[in-house]
Design a protein around this ligand. Structure first.
Ligand SMILES: [Zn+2]
Ligand SMILES: [Zn+2]
Length: 347
């Protein structure tokens, strides 16, 4: 077994603290890499607080993981010691179901294995995430990174990046489309970058007027303060797509009213309470309410390559791991521009 240093939550009420555990040995198809940086996702906070479902404790969060390979199994083909490596939200899936065969492992019909707060496929042990010094992942779920990229700023692409890239690709959002990005946080700021890169006319919808300057810097063409009734009224019926990145409760019916006929609102944020949606909000204007979860491994690699080729990274604040609780408190208030990333050298 591999002795591993980490920060873990011992239960849903206790702050993260240093913890040591054992990872599995490197199997023939596994890659072990030492973690250099790990992004801090809003879902880390949801999961350590049991917001979505009862978690598996002790819990080591973190699913935006980049590092360097230190060991490979005998049958590993695409990685060697010293290579850069990355892992996102999944570390395994059945590999044989209809969805897995279509490179949609995130929708594995048997359930994909999450990077943490999940059980290994053989149910032998829980998975533990990236707030740790090293990780062992089967090769099919390890992503490649190009040398020379800003590794800390690349880390959030593994969740925030693919979560926004995948739906924009699926719905073919681009030139000629008016895209609204709802919420300018970790996901939202990546949604803006991709929307702009794909050629859409991008509007940021935010409750906070103070984010307008940043939105424009990120490339957004327009900005609407959603607390301003006049601005909201003027935007009714104007968007082809709304990418909804908000993970706090919000009024779906109001946002659906901003779509034009045949428009689609795509949920990628996950509020802990169900939303109330009136059928009239959808049938008037043949509107669609949709959702999208991360992306498959093939598409995640495509996104990482696209970002490397187009100089797209996340805007980050690098933190020491001892400051993780302060980071969570700030994240809850939306006070981060736009993703905390832990420098794992501080573990
Ligand atoms: Zn995430
Ligand atoms: Zn499957």
């Amino acid at each position: 077994m591999i002795e591993t240093k980490a920060y873990a939550a011992q239960d849903e009420k206790t702050p993260l603290a240093p913890w040591t555990f054992e990872r599995r040995e490197v199997g023939p198809h596994d890659v072990q890499f030492d973690i250099l940086f790990c992004g801090v996702c809003h879902s880390d906070l949801h999961q350590i607080k049991n917001d979505w479902f009862p978690g598996i404790f002790p819990m080591v969060p973190g699913h935006e993981i980049v590092g360097r390979v230190v060991k490979v199994g005998a049958h590993v083909k695409n990685f060697k010691v010293g290579d850069l490596a990355a892992t996102g939200c999944m570390v395994d899936s059945c590999q044989v179901c209809e969805n897995c065969k279509q490179d949609l492992e995130q929708y594995c019909l048997e359930g994909s294995t999450q990077t943490y707060n999940s059980m290994e496929r053989d149910k032998s042990m829980p998975t533990y995430g990236g707030y740790s010094n090293t990780i062992v992942v089967r090769e099919e779920f390890v992503l490649q990174l190009k040398e020379g990229v800003d590794l800390a700023a690349v880390a959030p692409l593994l969740c925030a990046g693919i979560t926004t890239y995948s739906p924009l690709k699926h719905w073919k959002v681009g030139k000629g489309h008016k895209l609204a990005v709802l919420g300018l946080g970790g996901l939202g700021h990546m949604g803006v970058k991709f929307g702009v890169a794909f050629g859409a006319e991008v509007t940021v919808l935010s409750t906070s007027a103070s984010k307008e300057e940043d939105a424009k810097k990120l490339g957004a063409h327009h900005f609407i303060v959603t607390k301003d009734a006049e601005q909201v009224k003027a935007a009714m019926g104007t968007f082809d797509f709304i990418l909804d990145t908000v993970s706090a409760p919000h009024d779906f019916n109001m946002y659906l009213s901003l779509l034009r006929t045949n428009g689609t609102m795509i949920c990628v944020g996950v509020p802990s309470e169900p939303a109330s949606v009136a059928a009239f909000s959808l049938l008037g204007g043949r509107k669609s309410l949709a959702g999208s979860g991360i992306g498959g491994i093939k598409e995640t690699q495509e996104m990482l390559d696209y970002c490397a080729d187009n100089n797209i990274v996340s805007d980050i604040e690098l933190i020491d791991i001892k400051d993780i609780q302060t980071a969570y408190e700030r994240m809850e208030k939306g006070n981060v521009r736009y993703r905390f990333v832990i420098d794992m050298a501080t573990l």
